[in-house]
Design a binder for this molecule. Sequence first.
Ligand SMILES: Cc1cc2nc3c(=O)[nH]c(=O)nc-3n(C[C@H](O)[C@H](O)[C@H](O)COP(=O)(O)OP(=O)(O)OC[C@H]3O[C@@H](n4cnc5c(N)ncnc54)[C@H](O)[C@@H]3O)c2cc1C
Ligand code: FES
Length: 299
Amino acid sequence: MPSGSPEREVVSVRAQLLANEPAGAYRRLVLQAGEIARLARPGHFVAAGVGGATSGLLLRRSFSIHRVDVEAGLVEIVVAAHGPGTVWLTELAPGAHVDLVGPLGRPFPLPTEPVGCVLVGGGYGSAPLFWLAQALRERGCRVEIVLGAADSPRLFGVELAADSCEAVTVTTDDGSAGVRGWVSDVLPSVIERVGAGVVYACGPMPMLRSVSELSERAGAVAQVAVEEAMACGVGVCMTCVLPVVGRDERTRMVRSCVEGPVFRGDRVRWDAVVDGGCRVPDDAVGAPVPAGAAGAGGH
Ligand SMILES: Cc1cc2nc3c(=O)[nH]c(=O)nc-3n(C[C@H](O)[C@H](O)[C@H](O)COP(=O)(O)OP(=O)(O)OC[C@H]3O[C@@H](n4cnc5c(N)ncnc54)[C@H](O)[C@@H]3O)c2cc1C
Ligand code: FES
């Protein structure tokens, strides 16, 4: 059975940017982040302050940790320029400083015994998977990876995958690299070839949903790292809640920043995740009672 890390120490550091390099459609940032490198495990994320000391961008932005160098105290992240915060980060010059809080969340649970594992990354979502692959292989697991993206520049880490995994399958929507199509088109055959017991995935929510469903159908456990919008990143604001089924089979809205971002795919209520957001299922603990239902049966 997979075991999670009990370690929950979180630190805040003023990290110096050592390198900011292109990586296809993304930027790879190397930060001198001391303690965070020592504490982090694959699947953890960091929250970065953006915009500088006088900026009106108050909310930190979250990024999966791509890899660490514990000896040198380095943390690497892969950033897609998306809005003002990520554009600011991707334009920083080496030597600049970034406020980082981390490691945050719960890491990917690792199997206690060697099992076949398939890793699935969508776009920059593959960033934390190569480090995970290394940890799995150190435990004797056979590891294959599927990388998918809209097009070739938006794939991340194909070369890293070749070094860290036993085999790599690439898909692109437009056919500019690998198999034309989605990761879900190739996943069943990869799971079967590996005899996978666990499928780890990180990427857009629709991809995580189909990975979860395909894994369950194939008898494998899916562990998916979700990317819910986050404001505080540390469990205070409830921005990041997601409906998840607990051990008592009841659905609760749980905070993906502290209870996640990694969840068992078959426990997420994908039926309530729609159009980039999620609704509270009617049967969730504490769900609002629909108008008219409160007095049902009364006068
Ligand atoms: C766990 C995790 C890991 C991630 N890993 C990566 C990664 O490795 N690489 C990468 O490029 N991106 C990653 N992201 C996505 C990245 O955090 C966002 O793209 C980034 O925050 C966007 O910031 P922005 O200023 O560029 O864009 P904007 O869209 O302008 O950012 C808006 C800010 O508001 C927050 N926000 C959005 N909706 C709401 C809401 N309803 N209420 C309150 N706040 C809200 C957002 O979280 C963000 O902080 C990750 C996100 C999460 C949650
Ligand atoms: S982001 Fe604030 S509780 Fe999760």
